[in-house]
Design a protein around this ligand. Structure first.
Ligand code: 13P
Length: 250
């Protein structure tokens, strides 16, 4: 599997700003091969971005999704609405969804099921808080989030990517060290290998949390880091492009 380098724009960029970015970015990455590139803009920009990237090597992602196909769920977005716009990936269980909006493992699991059912590729996000790390709970938290996130999908593990995003590293400028990232990534790889009875070859384990054009070369050297989920640094097309280039050095 090619590495996946994914941009999570979070609640940034208007439609006009998104269009400007994509016009610059698609020229920068035009000739890149053997890497999967994904951008997850805001819901309001999905349609415009989708049209602009239709004949490019850029894949479209969504930052969230509800699990039902349609119905009385005010303010939610369904899998078929994303499919209609050629969305390929969907970020689920992001730490901001868990901690600001109170999403629980059980809800996230329903969303992962729905994504698979409707042919979207979930990027399941997991990661411990600083307090949990300091209490030595990193692996138990990550294990719980993964086991419940993919419960009932043991045969479909290869259709899911996982992002390890330690909460203390998100938006703080303090990235995990290569050793810290590798330790958890290796733990995740062994865990999903067990859960899937060895059918985890298609799963990429991404690292996220203050990835930038300066630390990407180092982090990607970790054996079990197979891509990045980038927030802040992905908001600048040149910086995101540089991160992609650095991740292709290995
Ligand atoms: P930052 O790159 O801004 O730390 O955000 C990481 C993240 O949450 C990506 O999903």
């Amino acid at each position: 599997m090619a590495y996946l380098i994914a941009a999570n724009w979070k609640m940034n960029k208007t439609v006009a700003e998104s269009i400007d970015y994509i016009k610059t970015f698609k020229e920068l990455v035009r000739d890149l091969k053997d890497v999967d590139i994904m951008i997850a803009p805001s819901f309001t920009a999905l349609s415009s971005v989708s049209s602009l990237i239709s004949d490019t090597n850029i894949n479209l992602g969504a930052q969230n999704m509800f699990y039902a196909e349609k119905g009385a769920y005010t303010g939610e977005i369904s899998p078929i609405m994303l499919k209609e716009l050629n969305v390929k990936y969907v970020i689920l269980g992001h730490s901001e969804r868990r901690h600001i909006f109170g999403e629980k493992d059980e809800l996230i699991n329903k969303k992962v099921h729905a994504a698979i059912e409707f042919g979207l590729r979930p990027i399941l996000c997991v990661g411990e808080t600083l307090e949990e790390r300091e209490l030595g709970k990193t692996k138990s938290v990550v294990e719980r989030q993964i086991r419940s996130g993919i419960a009932g999908l043991e045969k479909e593990v290869s259709s899911i990517d996982i992002a390890y995003e330690p909460v203390w590293a998100i938006g703080t400028g303090v990235n995990a060290t290569v050793e810290q990232a590798q330790e958890v990534h290796q733990f995740i790889r062994n865990l999903i290998h067990d859960i899937s009875k060895g059918n985890d070859k298609g799963t990429r384990i991404l690292y996220g949390g203050s990835v930038n054009e300066k630390n990407a070369s180092e982090l990607i050297k970790a054996k079990d880091v197979e891509g990045f989920l980038v927030g802040t640094a992905s908001l600048d097309p040149k910086k995101f492009y540089e991160i992609i280039l650095k991740s292709m050095e290995v």
